[in-house]
Each structure stands twice: as structure tokens, then as C-alpha cells.
Design a protein around this ligand. Sequence first.
Ligand SMILES: Nc1ncnc2c1ncn2[C@@H]1O[C@H](COP(=O)(O)OP(=O)(O)OP(=O)(O)O)[C@@H](O)[C@H]1O
Ligand SMILES: [Mg+2]
Length: 365
Amino acid sequence: MDIERLNALLGRFPDLTILVVGDFFLDRYFIIEHALAETSLETGLEAHQIVEIRCQPGAAGTVTANLRAMEAQVIAVGVVGDDGEGFEMLRGLWNRGVDVDSLVVRPDRFTPTYTKPMLRERDGALRELNRLDTKNRRPMPAEVEDQLIKHLRSLLPRVHGVVVADQAPEENCGVLTERVREEICALARAYPTVAFVVDSRERIGLFEDVMLKPNAREAVRALHPDYAAEPDHGLAETCAAELYRRAGQPVFLTLGADGILAFHADGPTHVPALPVTGPIDIVGAGDATMAGIVTALCAGATAAEAAEIGCLAAGVTIRQIGTTGTASREQIAACSATSQPVGRGLSGRCGPGAPPPRRGRVRRP
Ligand SMILES: Nc1ncnc2c1ncn2[C@@H]1O[C@H](COP(=O)(O)OP(=O)(O)OP(=O)(O)O)[C@@H](O)[C@H]1O
Ligand SMILES: [Mg+2]
């Protein structure tokens, strides 16, 4: 895509309204100062001393933050608890300019939260301790499903795109219960001009009449639920092709350092990842990719162009170390101007080339 076309698409982003429906998890970091450790008089155990708390909306909240960084308008549809974590979630989304009026607040649900204790050692290095997870393990009440469906039906006429962020592994315990999923698929059929793109950790194969954005593992497990090994990209490609055949809608298979393989009417098209030198932090790369894909599609991009913008957005965020990065329109344009993607010889349209350097995951935050 040439720079004029890219700028024309990016220029439309602020006119777009995207609905994000799914599991808004709070990411909460406790920074613990090892040097201040005390001993509990009651138990004799070491009492960790927290000196800093950082909270930010994660999961559906991460794609939301990316969409806002791209200046799209965002409406959040999901469920939080009537608890302190829910307050932090609402505040975090509100501060990013997200419309939170359709977030259902329930006293009988937890705000799903990943609490990450980070121990600061005497040399200043941060060591991540065991994560503490707060999740809902009881099914979503039918009356909450009713509320979610009501919000979706009333919002659909005024949105350009819908991102589905299905994070909760426990079936029917997150926002994307069977009923809500079926309603979303029905809305996708009823609103064929709205771009629906689904990200689902465990159930991407159950969504119909919508576009899909699986990574390699998700694509393989959609067809082979018991597949436990790290799937090779050839198998992922076969599975994504089958998902495309079934869905009849574009499928964006993300392949980490190998970029994206987009299945669509004129494809498949392989879009290589952006080459990067130096350390990278891939946390949240999938969500940046999703934000790039959906905004591009809503702005009128083809599936191949959307995959390209998805890779550009991820290329911007993975260079941001120690934070779940976001990509602005300016950063995406600058990234495109300075980077020549590097192909890796997949089966798509782009030619093979030298592989980008592989780097290890960087510790957070
Ligand atoms: N090591 C890497 N080098 C270069 N680009 C990368 C790398 N890892 C990821 N990316 C970029 O990010 C995109 C999405 O990555 P990936 O396939 O890992 O998604 P994901 O598994 O959904 O990520 P997440 O863990 O955030 O959910 C890739 O298509 C690629 O453009
Ligand atoms: Mg992902």
C-alpha cells in the first residue's frame, strides 16, 4: 500500500465508532519493595510492603486503548462488578475517552482482575511473583445477558465496527455466553455493512458470519480442541483455511514474528511482520493488530490492506518496552515510512526474504 492510500485510510479513523464487546479484565500491578519487608506478628510470615499500585483495563480494555490511540470513538459493552476493581476499570476507560454507559455493573459478579505482584529486589530489578486471578466461575445470569443483548441491539445502528473480545476460558461465565454469541452472529447477518471481527481464546470456531482473528494456537484448537503442543504454522494455516471455508468471511491468522496470513476472496495474502531491531515486548501485540485491522476495514480497506495496517500497529507497539503499548495514526504512518516488511516465505502473495530477528519476551511492567 502506498503512503497516500495509507494516509487516506488513517484519515478516516476519527470518524469511526467501534463497539467493543467482551471481557474487560483489570490488570493490576503491585510494586513490592523487598527492602521494606516486615514480619507478621500473627503468622511470622513475611509481609510484602506495596509502595505503588498501577491499574489499567486489560483484555477487551487493551484493544479499546489501541482503538482510542487511533482516535476512533469507542463504546464498551461488558460487565464489571460493583467493587473497587470495577471502579478502577470504569475510571481507566473513562480517562481514555471510552463511552462506558453500556458497561453493566453487577454486585453479583467480580470485575475480572489479574493482579501481578512485582517484587523490587535490592538491586532495583523487578521480579514477578505468582499472579493472583479473580474470575467469575458461575454462569452469567440470564438477566445480565438480556441487558447485554439490549445494549447491542440499540447500539448497532450507530457503529461502523464491532470487536468481540472473548477472553474468559470458563464457558458461559464471561460476557460471550452461548446466547450473547448467537445474538452477535445474528446481528452480523442483520448488519452486513458493519465489520464484526472476533478474537476468542477458546471458542473462535463457534462464531458464524463474522470475521475471525485467531493466532496459530487458537486456529488449531478451533478444529482440534485437544491439541496441546505449540502448533507449527503449516498446521495453523490449514486450520485457518478451513475456518475461512466455514465462515465465508475473512480470517486473519496472526503468526507472531511471521506476520499475518489473511484469507479472503482474493487471497490468501501473507503480510510479513515489521522488522525490528533491539529488544521487543510482544505483550498486547494481538490487540494492537486487532485495532488496526478493524479500523482499517471500517475505513474502507480491503482485507489485505487491513492486515497490513494490523502489522504496522503491532510493529509500533512491540517496540514499547515494559508497557502494553498503543499505536497512534502518526506512529503507524511513520512506521510505514521507515520500515520495509520482511517476508518469511509463507504461502501468500508476498515474496520470501530474510527473517526478522527473534527476541525474547520482556518482563513487565
Ligand atoms: N516477535 C515478533 N516480531 C515481530 N512482530 C511480531 C512478533 N510477535 C508478534 N508480532 C506482530 O504482532 C502480531 C500479532 O502477534 P501474535 O500472533 O503473537 O498475536 P496474539 O498471539 O494474538 O498476541 P497476544 O498474546 O497479544 O494475544 C503479528 O501478526 C505480528 O505482526
Ligand atoms: Mg491474542
